[in-house]
Design a protein. Structure first.
Length: 262
């Protein structure tokens, strides 16, 4: 039986601050994302949105505060006097970040491997799956993203939209409970954006995966989100159901931002 209390949120930020020198990117952030909830983060560049994803992927370390995943400390672990939390070891982070997958702005596919091999590699080497089992699941995932017929192709033979769909399949192959999406269409030509967003909409509809997304695509945010959070200067300035926040924002900063991206 899993160790966590199933009533706990999938992700909880507890007074999390992130600084780079004198610059504060996240300022005492309190944030909860429920299991199976789809939350989109919007706001101007530099407002802290992507930093949240990078902290969850352990690409950055918190300055202050604690991140919890599935009811257990993630950024920290017991180890101090009386069980006091201390910064997590690399081993602790490696163990627990397996629950989390991320699709980046850039595709980062291995050019010398086929599409199928790109999807199979991590489940075999990280999860310890047999190559046969990982291959079967990879083919199912490539079918899911509409690329079952390109399994043997090299990434360089694919369009940008197709490469991003392979990256989505690769992330799902790790069986994440939480999927992070960081501006996944920003590197694509406009005519390729729709095909990637359609795949993500299908995933949101057909799975119970927890989704945390950073995007400037407001139509996509409306379609997939249970809740949208507006960030500015490292803080949440407004939060609400997708339709409500996009149609009737109450904060002047939210209204100004939405006016700039529509």
């Amino acid at each position: 039986m899993p160790y966590e209390d199933r009533e706990d949120p999938a992700v909880r930020f507890e007074r999390v601050t992130k600084r780079y020198g004198d610059r504060t990117v996240l300022d005492g952030l309190d944030l909860e994302v429920g299991r199976g909830e789809r939350v989109t983060l919007i706001g101007p560049s530099g407002s802290g949105k992507t930093t949240i994803l990078r902290l969850l992927m352990t690409l950055e370390r918190v300055t202050d505060g604690v991140i919890h995943v599935d009811g257990r400390p993630f950024s920290h672990m017991p180890g101090g006097p009386g069980g006091k939390l201390v910064p997590a070891s690399e081993r602790h982070l490696a163990t627990h970040r397996r629950r989390i997958g991320m699709v980046f702005q850039q595709f980062n596919l291995f050019p010398h491997m086929s599409v199928l091999e790109n999807v199979v590699e991590a489940p075999v080497h990280v999860l310890g799956e047999s190559r046969e089992d990982a291959g079967r699941r990879a083919r199912d995932l490539l079918d899911l993203v509409g690329l079952g017929d390109r399994a043997d192709a090299r990434p360089t033979r694919l369009s940008g939209g197709q490469q991003q769909r392979v990256a989505i399949a690769r992330a799902l192959a790790m069986r994440p409970e939480i999927l992070l999406l960081d501006e996944v269409t920003s590197a694509l030509d406009p005519e390729l954006v729709a095909e990637v967003l359609d795949v993500l909409r299908d995933i949101a509809r057909s799975t119970d995966i927890t989704l945390l997304c950073v995007t400037h695509e407001m139509g996509f945010a409306r379609d997939v989100s249970d809740r949208i959070l507006m960030f500015d200067r490292g803080r949440i300035v407004e939060s609400g159901p997708a339709d409500e926040l996009l149609e009737s924002p109450t904060h002047e900063r939210t209204r100004a931002f939405l006016g700039s991206v529509r």
